[in-house]
Design a protein around this ligand. Structure first.
Ligand SMILES: *Cc1c(COP(=O)(O)O)cnc(C)c1O
Length: 387
């Protein structure tokens, strides 16, 4: 190897989905009828009204130049108005809202603004890989907080060692939670804010699935008193509007945190294609007609898949939100062994839970991003396996 890779990359586990993709491709190349429940990417297309808005905006030469770093003012205003309607919380579109190139980059870049080398960040595990990656890239030390079924998949804040809480500058949370599917409660956010206040922590709340709840309504952390003093929340158009490939989201929250993120981004990127921001503005305006039918579609898939699995003897809680099903593996099996068996004997792609961090061992993750009849077919195949 002529070039030595930097240490920061060797501190990260291999990007999980790339490995699974390789195995899936091999199975497809071998001619097998693969049911892919492995990747969190909506299988239905972006709604036509959004595509039409992009088409029109792309024809306007005003969109062809560099976008404003902190976003199209019309888009920021639209986010503020929508957020007020949806969550009852007002933000100043000039200082408390910042459009992002999807939320992944922003979640990953945020620690560069607030973590110094050696600072710790508390991250939930199982959890979305950029919490760890972004912390490491900033020279920080990720400290895992396990999300366990016996704690309702909330981190046990009392169990965070005192020295880790003292070394930490950021605490990451993600509700509605991927991969466990649980919704936050106001009580949890209250406890989190108290904890963050007493240890002087910044709260990063990843709300990528906030519009995909089946049981009750997902809340924003900003509905809870005190959040604005120390929190930033990341929202995304990706899952809500079937726009994963478009790369658009936004951060809202404390103005100093938003400004810090903006300073990093100004140095690294030059904003989002203005035509995409215009299309995203149209998406928000059509939220009420576009989003509920998508949520209903996932709800039906969830019910079909989870009741089928339960019928087949699996111990599975239907998720209250997200398109993930977090499934405890059969007694005596590992996550990796179950994932492998499902792929090799049933041609079903799932993700081993330990790929989201060690506390995910003992689970697999299946996504509801396949049509209902394919999910039924998956259940039938699973039913016939012997463990
Ligand atoms: C999909 C996802 C995101 C954001 O995705 P973007 O496409 O980058 O906006 C963030 N967090 C979690 C947990 C996700 O699954």
């Amino acid at each position: 190897m002529p070039f030595e890779i930097a240490d920061r990359l060797s501190q990260l586990p291999p990007y999980l989905f790339a490995e699974i993709d390789k195995k899936k491709k091999a199975a497809i190349a071998a001619g097998r009828d693969v049911i892919n429940l492995g990747i969190g990417d909506p299988d239905t297309p972006t709604p036509p009204v959004i595509i039409e808005a992009l088409r029109e905006a792309a024809g306007d030469p005003a969109t062809h130049q560099y976008a404003l770093d902190n976003g199209d003012p019309v888009f920021r205003e639209a986010i503020a108005a929508w957020f007020k309607g949806r969550y009852g919380v007002s933000f100043n579109p000039a200082t408390e809202i910042y459009p992002t190139i999807g939320s992944k980059e922003a979640i990953g870049h945020f620690p560069l603004a607030f973590i110094n080398p050696g600072d710790a960040a508390l991250i939930p595990e199982p959890g979305y890989p950029p919490y760890r990656g972004g912390t490491v890239f900033a020279g920080g030390v990720p400290v895992a907080m396990p999300l366990l079924r016996e704690n309702g998949f909330f981190p046990d804040l009392d169990a965070v060692p005192a020295e880790d809480a003292a070394a930490a500058r950021i605490i990451y949370v993600n509700y509605p939670n991927s991969p466990t599917g649980v919704l936050a409660t106001a009580e949890f956010f209250e406890r989190l804010i108290d904890f963050a206040r007493s240890h002087d922590l910044i709260i990063v709340q990843d709300a990528a699935y906030a519009e995909m709840a089946y049981a009750g309504r997902a809340i924003s952390i900003f509905e809870v008193e005190g959040a604005r003093d120390r929190a930033i929340e990341f929202h995304s158009f990706s899952k809500t509007f079937n726009m994963t490939g478009w790369r658009v989201g936004y951060a809202v929250g404390n103005s100093e945190l938003v400004a810090g993120l903006g300073r990093i981004k100004t140095n690294l990127d030059s904003g989002i294609f203005t035509a995409i921001q215009r299309a995203a503005t149209v998406a928000l305006r059509h939220y009420d007609e576009l989003v509920p039918p998508l949520v209903e579609m996932y709800r039906r898939r969830r019910d079909t898949f989870c009741s089928g699995l339960a019928d087949a003897g699996w111990d599975v809680d239907p998720p209250a939100s997200t398109f993930y099903v977090w499934i405890p593996v059969p007694e005596g099996c590992t996550s990796a062994a179950v994932t492998l068996k499902l792929l090799e004997e049933a041609s079903i792609v799932t993700t081993p839970g330990n790929g989201f961090g060690a506390p995910g061992e003992g689970y697999i993750r299946a996504t509801l991003t396949a049509p209902e009849e394919r999910l039924s077919e998956a259940v039938e195949r699973i039913r016939s396996l012997k463990w």
